[in-house]
Design a protein around this ligand. Structure first.
Ligand SMILES: N[C@@H](CCC(=O)N[C@@H](CS)C(=O)NCC(=O)O)C(=O)O
Length: 212
């Protein structure tokens, strides 16, 4: 691993959630070493990789000896660790709470309702699930991104990246969400970011498997 760089990214060789972290790293703009983990060769089940993530999953990031897994945690971590990139709302700001809210909303409310749809599972009892009524979740999110460039304040943050990436996956990649004007406009704006374009170009193999 590249000690001189200090930042190592374990990325799926086939389409995976690590596409989101790859976009985040491009936004951060610091050098990083990218190591591909090939599920087809079961590299994620090899002891070397299980020492990185015992669940055998990507993404994972190693930064100056700190090991981070979980897409949302990695994005939060990188935004805080590299403040020059201006991707976090700092602690002390009144917008820090809303910023964290939307990052976690992406993985605890939006992602599960998309997965339920993909796997055609009946929703669990409302009181047991974090995403409650899918219609309400989508309405709340649509209101948050409607007619404004960013989900929090007046700057692009890791919250936009998490929400935008999950929406894009749900609507355009797996087609598990009805297209909706508020989401289309929001995602189209985010897609134009140079860092996103760099990530898509670098991930062209994974994106072509996804049909993009
Ligand atoms: N909760 C984790 C989920 C990570 C995850 O499920 N990764 C999948 C790819 S999208 C994976 O590595 N699957 C390989 C396997 O489980 O064998 C996150 O948000 O990062």
């Amino acid at each position: 691993m590249a000690d001189s760089i200090g930042l190592t990214f374990f990325h799926g060789a086939t389409p995976s959630r690590s596409l989101t972290v790859h976009w985040m790293l491009e936004e951060v703009g610091e050098p990083y070493e990218l190591l591909l983990v090939d599920f087809l060769k079961e590299e994620n089940r090899a002891p070397e990789y299980l020492a990185i993530n015992p669940l055998g999953q990507v993404p994972a990031v190693l930064h100056d000896g700190a090991l981070i897994t979980e897409t949302a945690a990695i994005c939060c971590y990188l935004a805080d660790a590299f403040p020059k990139a201006n991707l976090a709302v700092p602690i002390g700001s009144s917008l820090r709470g809303p910023y964290l809210r939307w990052i976690f909303f992406a993985t605890t409310c939006l992602e599960p309702l998309i997965l339920e749809k993909i796997y055609d599972r009946s929703p669990l009892e409302f009181s047991m699930t974090g995403w409650l009524n899918p219609t309400n979740v989508l309405n709340v999110l649509a209101e948050a991104v409607k007619d404004r460039p960013f989900i929090v304040g007046d700057q692009f943050t890791a919250a936009d990246l998490m929400v935008g990436s999950t929406l894009n996956w749900g609507m355009n990649i797996v087609g598990a969400m009805e297209p909706r004007a508020e989401f289309n406009e929001y995602c189209n704006r985010l897609e134009k970011r140079p860092a996103r374009q760099r990530q898509l170009a670098k991930d062209s193999k994974q994106m072509s498997i996804l049909g993009q």
